[in-house]
Design a protein around this ligand. Structure first.
Ligand code: HEC
Ligand code: HEC
Length: 288
């Protein structure tokens, strides 16, 4: 194989390698390829000096141009965080009027709250707060615990029948199960409550009205319009958390009602709770 052989056609020496009868010529690298290799190698050499290139343990050669995308990205992230910390802090500390008066901050509050609502609230309160049996609508004007951002923020912090020490209590007694009323009295009250949409007449002498004033008015009010802060809802507005049909009313009177909403204080930050309160306040009255 080491015998020098010359190709009779091209005149080049052969390398002595033969594959399947094809002999390799010892011809020079084509000029264009050679030039390309020279240029790329030169570029690599120059780049080593100008750009970040060689790892040096914890650090690396920085390059004469000072181009460093890692620090550029870190700086961008730090700037974004500082910006976010600024308005998150404003959300947590400014009073609601000041936030409402600042369109930029208000826009950020709503943009923060909307996805949080989807993640945390929609499962019970429905998309856009449309509610469902046992879960109140948040897009109407009917509020048991108040519909201003301040009141909503409090409801979110303490929850309803939740494990927070200051939780809102909403306990409708189990009149039937606990023997406070007889089955006959519950039937009378079931009928009576269905007539309340028309309002309560103070001089109504019916059995239902008497039973109501004795057993129910203490929480729901003599006019049955609810007592704010007691958790007992208005029974005259035609809006029912659990349904206004006889079966649902009877069930509530027999077994009681204690809807539960968790306290969000440990699940959301103060800024998030306040953003959410503004968002829910904005849902109010958007029901079609
Ligand atoms: C100790 C206070 C208390 C008393 C007394 C009480 N309620 Fe209630 N009632 C509540 C509370 C609180 C709720 C709301 C429960 C909830 O949110 O889960 C409620 C809910 C209801 C509901 C359901 C409303 C809806 O929107 O679905 C009806 C109906 C009702 N009460 C009727 C009565 C009647 C009739 C009586 C008298 C027999 C009565 N309540 C006595 C506190 C009371
Ligand atoms: C596990 C189900 C559940 C989740 C999750 C939930 N809620 Fe509630 N929420 C309820 C129930 C049930 C009530 C009514 C409790 C009662 O019976 O009084 C309620 C009541 C409320 C009220 C009071 C309404 C009024 O009339 O005063 C507001 C405001 C509220 N929720 C907002 C939210 C927001 C905002 C979120 C998300 C951060 C959320 N809820 C998540 C179940 C839930």
């Amino acid at each position: 194989m080491s015998i020098e052989e010359r190709d009779p056609v091209s005149g080049y020496l052969t390398t002595g390698h033969v594959w399947n009868g094809i002999t390799e010529l010892n011809s020079p690298v084509p000029r264009i390829v050679f030039a390309f290799m020279v240029v790329t190698h030169l570029y690599a050499l120059v780049a080593w000096f100008l750009l970040p290139a060689w790892p040096l343990g914890q650090t690396f050669t920085k390059g004469l141009l000072g181009i460093d995308q890692k620090t550029a990205v870190a700086a961008d992230i730090a700037a974004a965080n500082a910006d976010r910390a600024g308005w998150m802090n404003a959300l947590a500390t400014h009073d609601f009027d000041a936030i409402r008066a600042d369109p930029d901050l208000m826009a950020r509050a709503l943009a923060t709250a909307e996805p949080l609502f989807g993640q945390n609230c929609q499962v019970c309160h429905g998309a856009n707060g449309i509610g469902g049996p046992g879960y109140p609508r948040l897009n109407d004007d009917i509020w048991v615990w108040g519909g201003t951002a301040d009141e909503i923020a409090t409801t979110l912090r303490v929850g309803i029948n939740a494990d927070h020490p200051d939780t809102h209590f909403a306990q409708m007694p189990a009149f039937g199960r606990d023997g406070l009323l007889t089955g006959a009295e519950i039937s009378v009250l079931t009928d009576y409550v269905q007539t309340l949409g028309a309002g309560v007449m103070a001089d109504d002498p019916s059995d239902g009205a008497l039973l109501f004033q004795t057993n129910c008015a203490g929480c729901h009010g003599e006019d049955a319009r609810g007592i704010s802060g007691s958790g007992a809802p208005n029974l005259t507005d035609g809006d029912w958390l659990y349904g206004g049909d006889a079966a649902n009313l009877r069930h509530g009177l027999v077994a009681g009602r204690q809807g539960q909403m968790p306290s969000w204080q440990s699940r959301l930050t103060e800024a998030e709770i306040r953003a959410m309160a503004l968002y829910v306040e904005g849902l109010s009255g958007t029901a079609p």
